[in-house]
Design a protein around this ligand. Structure first.
Ligand SMILES: N[C@@H](CCC(=O)N[C@@H](CS)C(=O)NCC(=O)O)C(=O)O
Length: 203
């Protein structure tokens, strides 16, 4: 059975969503945390970075949340994987884009506009992050003009990857300024597997 190491309150939620899309049975293995730090010999054997998520599927071991999702699509969700070299390029494009150009800004904005108590927030970090997010959302909005999904005309792993990294933007006040993104984001998060992953995370 697929083993997914991590807790839903971490980036493992992205893979919980994707494994739910495959319909495959899986086991979620919570990692041991000591004094706020991961202290889990089993996780370390699977992921030498000592970070979650990590995945074991028979002889296959994968770390990096986006790579885990691509593996799951390749192996278990044929309709969600690339159907051509062009689609493979576009799936990689959006996946790498969200991980390298967007993720940190989303984390910074969430930390300094939502998560920390008001007296521990840095307004400059929040504003800088918001400017980057607005720019990214503009790019995404143009890409989604006249289309339902990021790649081809069906829901793919690219949609899971981009929407799940943007999880914190579910409470982004300016999302409605990007109507194509809003329509797409709502459709992504309405999927049963996404709802289930959210429920596991949020309780
Ligand atoms: N790029 C990695 C990042 C993984 C990551 O940083 N995971 C966090 C939890 S969300 C973690 O395990 N942190 C523990 C640590 O850094 O010690 C991925 O997307 O899987």
């Amino acid at each position: 059975m697929i083993k997914l190491y991590g807790v839903p309150q971490s980036r493992a939620m992205r893979c919980l969503w994707m494994v739910g899309e495959t319909g495959q049975p899986y086991e979620m293995i919570p990692v041991a945390i000591d004094n706020g730090k991961i202290a889990d010999a089993e996780l370390l054997r699977v992921n030498p970075n000592n970070k979650m998520p990590a995945l074991v599927d028979g002889d296959v071991r994968v770390f990096e949340s986006m790579a885990i999702n691509i593996y799951l699509a390749e192996k278990y969700a044929p309709a969600m994987k690339a159907a051509s070299p062009a689609e493979a390029g576009t799936i990689a494009q959006w996946t790498l884009w969200v991980a390298t150009e967007v993720e940190q800004a989303v984390m910074d904005w969430a930390t300094h506009a939502v998560l920390r108590p008001a007296d521990q927030r840095d307004a400059t970090i929040a504003a800088t992050a918001k400017a980057k997010i607005d720019r990214a959302l503009g790019i995404l909005d143009s890409a989604l003009k006249g289309r339902d999904w990021l790649v081809g005309s069906r829901f793919t792993v690219a949609d899971v990857n981009v929407a799940s990294v943007c999880y914190r933007l579910l409470v982004y006040p300016d999302l409605a300024k990007f109507p194509n993104v809003k329509r797409w984001f709502d459709a992504c998060w309405a999927r049963p597997a996404a709802q289930h992953a959210r429920k596991l995370r949020e309780g």
